[in-house]
Design a binder for this molecule. Structure first.
Ligand code: CTP
Ligand code: MG
Length: 230
């Protein structure tokens, strides 16, 4: 059940408002991206990591990888304007027909367990995603008027990792690019092709660090982890 990983890290982190790519924000003594890559680096089933980065940030990422001895990062590719393009550039750097995981650079709190479950499921389904049931009531709103309250029991909030067979997801990204289709995540492109996507129950720790208050949550998670290890 070995797998490769593509990590898109080529965004600008606009909503984080840090004045630079949020991947470099320090949590404890390490940048966010180093926390994320380290989980894969220490997973025995992870064979290879491809990182998609902004053209101007190659050197900075390369030096982080060297300093932190993230030896499983075999390639750093230049990402695109949209996340989907960055992922596709990463996929193109991989050969063969193995299982590939796609995981956001900005999501450092995931476990080996969830990674392995996703990788395993990709052997049987066209795709596998990690998700959690939504906790809030969700309403559809138009111009500040409620249109409807959506039945929450069937709603799940989707995270990464998402896992696929490399040949399937590469072909689907090629198709999406050709037809200029942008999906909200990689699995949505697979769904549009009428293929089956399996859901793995994740946990609420696996937040994507998106806005400044997420950093407060992130630092609290790290403190909690440290204390539970003592
Ligand atoms: N990403 C990417 N290439 C892009 C856009 C996003 O590789 N053109 C990556 C980000 O670096 C991040 C992940 O996709 O790891 C999830 O995206 P998001 O949280 O939206 O990050 P940003 O796009 O950087 O943030 P924002 O949308 O606030 O600018
Ligand atoms: Mg974005």
């Amino acid at each position: 059940m070995k797998y490769s990983v593509v990590i898109p890290a080529a965004g600008q982190g606009k909503r984080m408002n840090a004045g630079r790519n949020k991947q470099f924000i320090m949590l404890e003594e390490k940048p966010i991206i180093v926390h994320t890559i380290s989980v894969f680096q220490s997973d025995e089933y992870c064979e290879e990591i491809v990182l998609a980065v902004n053209e101007r940030e190659h050197d900075e990422f390369r030096s982080l990888i060297q300093t932190h001895e993230l030896t499983k990062v075999t390639q750093i590719v230049t990402g695109g304007k949209e996340r989907q393009q960055s992922v596709y550039e990463g996929l193109k750097a991989l050969d063969g027909d193995k299982v590939v995981l796609i995981h956001d650079g900005a999501r450092p709190f995931f476990t080996h367990e969830v990674v392995r479950k996703a990788a395993q499921a990709a052997e049987y389904y066209d795709g596998a995603i990690v998700a959690v049931p939504v906790k809030d009531t969700i309403k559809q709103v138009d111009e500040l008027e409620v249109k409807q309250t959506i039945d929450r029991s069937s709603l799940w909030a989707v995270q990464t990792p998402q896992a696929f067979r490399l040949s399937v997801i590469k072909e689907i990204h090629r198709w999406a690019e050709l037809h200029q289709i942008v999906g909200t995540d990689d699995a949505s492109l697979v769904e549009m092709n009428g293929r089956s996507v399996h859901v793995i129950l994740g946990d609420y720790w696996n937040v994507k660090l998106t806005t400044p208050e997420d950093l407060i949550f992130a630092r609290a998670i790290l403190r909690e982890k440290k204390e539970s290890e003592m």
